[in-house]
Write a protein that binds this ligand. Sequence first.
Ligand SMILES: Cc1cc2nc3c(=O)[nH]c(=O)nc-3n(C[C@H](O)[C@H](O)[C@H](O)COP(=O)(O)OP(=O)(O)OC[C@H]3O[C@@H](n4cnc5c(N)ncnc54)[C@H](O)[C@@H]3O)c2cc1C
Ligand code: SF4
Ligand code: SF4
Length: 736
Amino acid sequence: LTPLKIRGLGSFVLKQASSTRERRRGRYGHDAPLSVVRLIESPPAVLSARQVFLLAAYVIIGSPKDNLILFYRYFTDRDTPMKTARIEALAREAGEYLSGGCRVLTSYFERRLYSRDLARVPSTIETLMHRTTPLLVVQPRTETDVQETLRFADTHGLPVFPRGIASSAFGGATPTMNGIALDFSAMTGEIEVDKDRRTVRVLPGTRWADLARTLEPFDLEPVTTPTSRFSTIGGWASTGGLGLNGYGYGHFAEAILRARVALPNGTILVLEGPDARLGDYVGTEGQFGIFTEFVLKVRPKPKESFPCLYCFESLDAAVDFIARFASRGHRPCHVAVYNEARMREENVLFRDLTGRTDSIVPEENAVLLHFERAEDGQRFAGDMGTGNGGDDLRLRAARWLWSERYFPLKAHRVGPGMLASEVVLPLRLVPTFVEKAPRLARRFGSELALEILVSRTAVGEKAVVIASFLCDKRRRLDYLFRLLLVQLLTHEAVGLGGIPYGFGIWNSPFIGRRYSASERRRLETLKRENDPLYLLNPRKYLRVRTRLFNIPALLFAPRIFMTALAAARLASPVIGALARLTPGPKRDTWQVPDSGQDGGRTLLLETAARCTFCGACLSTCPAYLVTRDELVTGRAKLRMAETLAGGGSVLPREAASPFQCLRCGLCEEVCQTRLPLRDCYLALEAELEQINRRPDDLIREFLSRVDRDRSFLEKVLGAELPAWTPEVGAAEEGRR
Ligand SMILES: Cc1cc2nc3c(=O)[nH]c(=O)nc-3n(C[C@H](O)[C@H](O)[C@H](O)COP(=O)(O)OP(=O)(O)OC[C@H]3O[C@@H](n4cnc5c(N)ncnc54)[C@H](O)[C@@H]3O)c2cc1C
Ligand code: SF4
Ligand code: SF4
């Protein structure tokens, strides 16, 4: 190289390095290494060969620090400038296909809300396994939106993850790759009731509570519902299907008269009549197609309600009692069994709720029955002996348990967390499981609360056994032990001949227990036919796949997983003893922190830890109904508080959304953990105001939208909304 050439090359590279620096600073917010900055800002007359090399290296590979930061962001599934550009381009293109009402969400925090379901997975495990943040969230309003999204995804090779309100807990609705989260919670449409035929046509995002409210004036009600009445019909059709009144009316599938399913290539399949392969789509967690519409059977609304409670020395005796009354032809609509620990928990929560010191239920093993005709209940009592007959306390307990049926997760309030193994067992196997499971849990220092829902299905009596215990996710090691306990309990049930209630990601190694080898092969062929690119809810259910060259998935290979659990079961006395060194939380009342303390931060974090993420607060929130923006709801605001406390940030637009709130308190009314949400909103808003200004224009616009839709909202919610006046605002300022 002659000096002239070096000088020419030097000035060219210097120019490139200078513009690269500007570009990178704009895109990443980081600067070039100091040595490069010095050269760019005060270049020498002649660059040496080493300096040219340094500048060229910077132009080509960037600064080591930049690259490390980028790699970290890429590895931990955060947005990088390249990803942001891709997301924006995809959103623009998708917007051209979709209907006007269909929202496409692109901002990071908002998309992060879609990265989980009920389960709280430690972030390290999540990061090693999957990329859980979707690139886009699409909220379809019509079947055509669903078809167009599927075609768009197919063209771009993007995976699609259908989602109701994510009230299931095994990763079924959780993204496993950067793709599209298809959020059905806004695809509700009109509910069409045919009173004479006793049928109803609904879209998949319709919530059970809304369906029940619509049916009420017609004196009708759904045949069976999950206890999560705020979850979507599409979500339940794709998962469990065993719920309330399951003893009288069986599995939800029996109530589906017709369903429309969108296949990954966008075509629509109509499932109707005896030849329809409904079973391929119902309960298969969105693996083979996406529900876009249902016609359901409904039934006359019962005029009477007759709950009764029977207590027993052991759960064996309780199960024997169920077998006896079944053999005598009694058919209560609802049958649930509770163990002593579950009844004790009920009393703790009752005292926490009322501030009283007495008990509401007897602390014994019990069977709750519900009859829809007093006559049936009285005939039952005459034949089987009295349950609560003549005993006021027992009657009060029965009524209480029946009225609390929609709140199975309320123990989160005292937890501050709760984990559960949910398995389905033939009823006759329940006594063996309930004898072994509490012993196993005791080894880990956990008290097992058991609630068992009994349903009658085409293949006999099935029991959904929910074995729950308290935990605290913030105590990481302790939480890991308790996650292992969940798997050990499920393994125990599977060993007896049961199956997990849901599979998703975390229970997928047990899938071989649900399907025979030939049935599984048939389903794999169906998957290949329906979804040749494996874009629909991939990497779960039939087989788990993970990132990092699929190495973490090895642990989920059924043989390895079962062997590991069998070994952990053998070693459980030792593992349990270690777990007991970090004892789990005790059932006790929760002292709600004062909102004045440290600017409400303790209140926010303690409350967020108790949020189950169940999504009940979405369905009743007028602000959500008006905006369809999940950021205005309780669960998103608590998540935002956690993010900010953890050093995360949100965009100004995201920080403005939570201010759209009427303080109506409807979210508090449905929250089963009875969280002090409105106090939390005030604390969060105060924190957000320190980051950004209060978004007065947005609030005004929101309030005028509410006023425009007030009568509609009040009709849908069945509640009067507060008028938001300057006086209300001033009073709130004072409170803050
Ligand atoms: C308090 C509480 C009580 C519960 N009680 C019961 C109960 O009694 N019985 C019971 O079975 N479960 C119960 N569950 C679990 C859960 O509510 C049900 O599985 C449920 O109905 C899921 O509905 P979702 O709208 O939340 O669906 P999500 O959790 O969002 O999704 C569930 C699965 O369905 C898929 N999916 C969602 N929408 C569609 C669609 N349109 N087409 C195809 N696939 C789709 C998702 O990909 C995912 O795999 C309860 C949960 C909670 C929090
Ligand atoms: S107070 Fe009312 S508007 Fe505000 S989040 Fe709760 S339900 Fe929604
Ligand atoms: S705030 Fe309450 S209702 Fe809302 S998701 Fe959390 S626990 Fe459920």
